[in-house]
Design a protein around this ligand. Structure first.
Ligand code: ADP
Ligand code: MG
Length: 373
């Protein structure tokens, strides 16, 4: 049974709004996207009216879920400072980008610090680094969560060998999955890997907002967000709308990757998110049989680039067979070879990240007692 946009609009006409106007006529609806029984859209309202609209968002979601043939519905409430005609998402994102100070982003209850792991492009080892960094932070005694926001290539189900689907609590909230001591939520849990999805502006934030705010994260010292690669509109919107305390940029040492990494730093600067540092992944090749080191891409580029950009350099990770095999088998090295040399490198990076967060005074991340003068 397929669901049409018209069916969704007809159902939404019955949802009351604060002004008394029928929801489809209230000039707040984004485009409605229906894909395979999954319905996505957002409501864009004036920032001062967010409280009044939250029940409408809930009611809209429940109403849409009640339409026969609908498997899931994600409705996001997006706040805009200026009242105006229904803003379409790309324009809204551009408007927000032009006014970074206008961002409206309440924290996640119970979560002390949210950090992004980002890269200028795909395939540089962002997810592998994110997972092992999260495990390194765990080894420092922190309670760590991971949010897979890489809508184009969710990889946490694979990297953490998670096959189960999250359960719902009380019909609406989702229970995250626990693995290796990490609390994990992935867009890959919600959408079949085989289902090709075209992500339009409003859908991206709908999905991310749902994973941030409708998941029982519990108490976390740090939440590590695996960002989608790149520096386009979707990434910018996420960087702005997720309450980030900082960002870690992963790059490989080649010049081309470094140019993209620079764009990543610029993107976070633009939305006032501190860059905690740059990690050089696949920095040098370590031969698994003889242990000889070869600087295939003339390693060290990211270190120089970080200096040039005035951001901390967090460390270099070798290109090594074990990292790849373990990572792709869902057995990340920090969890499964904690005494190995790779685990140590990731833990050193985690320590630097933790110190960055603590020193910048942006989070209560360190479990140790900080004595104030
Ligand atoms: N330091 C490394 N050494 C060897 N292989 C790596 C390393 N980092 C990542 N990989 C491998 O490279 C591929 C891409 O890594 P992934 O973390 O999925 O990248 P991204 O998230 O940036 O797309 C994966 O097969 C992964 O196992
Ligand atoms: Mg990835």
């Amino acid at each position: 049974m397929s669901v049409s946009k018209e069916q969704v609009l007809a159902a939404l006409a019955k949802v009351p709004t604060p002004g008394g106007v029928a929801l489809p006529d209230a000039r707040v609806l984004s485009d409605i996207v229906v894909s395979d029984g999954k319905v996505f859209f957002s409501l864009t309202v004036d920032a001062s009216a967010v409280k009044a609209w939250e029940p409408v968002r809930k009611a809209a979601e429940e109403t849409v879920r009640g339409i026969p043939g609908v498997q899931s519905a994600l409705v996001a409430l997006t706040a805009e400072r200026a009242a105006g005609p229904a803003a379409r998402a790309p324009q809204a994102a551009a408007a927000r980008a032009a006014h970074p100070a206008d961002k409206v982003q309440p924290g996640i209850p119970g979560v002390d610090a949210v950090i992004a792991v980002a890269s200028g492009k795909g395939g540089v080892g962002k997810s592998t680094t994110a997972v092992n960094l999260a495990l390194g932070l765990r080894d420092l005694g922190l309670k760590v969560g991971m949010l897979d926001a890489d809508i184009y290539g969710p990889s946490l189900p694979k990297l953490l060998a998670i096959k189960e689907k999250p359960q719902t609590i009380g019909g609406t909230r989702l229970k995250p999955i626990e693995r290796y001591g990490l609390t994990v939520m992935s867009i890959g849990f919600l959408i079949d890997e085989e289902t090709p999805m075209i992500w339009r502006g409003p859908m991206v934030m709908s999905a991310i907002t749902q994973m941030l705010r409708e998941v029982e994260w519990g108490k976390l010292d740090v939440m590590v967000v695996d960002m989608p690669p790149g520096t386009g509109d979707a990434q910018l919107t996420i960087a702005q709308q997720v309450p980030l305390k900082g960002a870690v940029i992963v790059s490989t040492p080649q010049d081309l990757a470094l140019i993209d990494a620079r764009r990543g730093v610029a993107m976070f600067n633009r939305v006032n998110v501190p860059v905690l540092g740059v990690v050089e992944n696949m920095s040098y090749f370590l031969c698994p049989s003889c242990g000889t080191r070869s600087d295939i891409f003339s390693h060290g580029g990211a270190h120089k680039e970080a200096e040039r950009l005035g951001v901390p350099f967090l460390g270099e990770i070798p290109l090594h067979m074990t990292i790849r095999e373990k990572s792709d088998a869902g057995l990340p090295v920090v969890a499964t070879e904690p005494d190995g040399e790779h685990a140590k490198i990731y833990r050193d990076i985690a320590t630097k990240v933790r110190d960055q967060l603590t020193n910048s005074g942006t989070g209560r991340v360190a479990p140790k007692i900080v004595v104030e003068a």
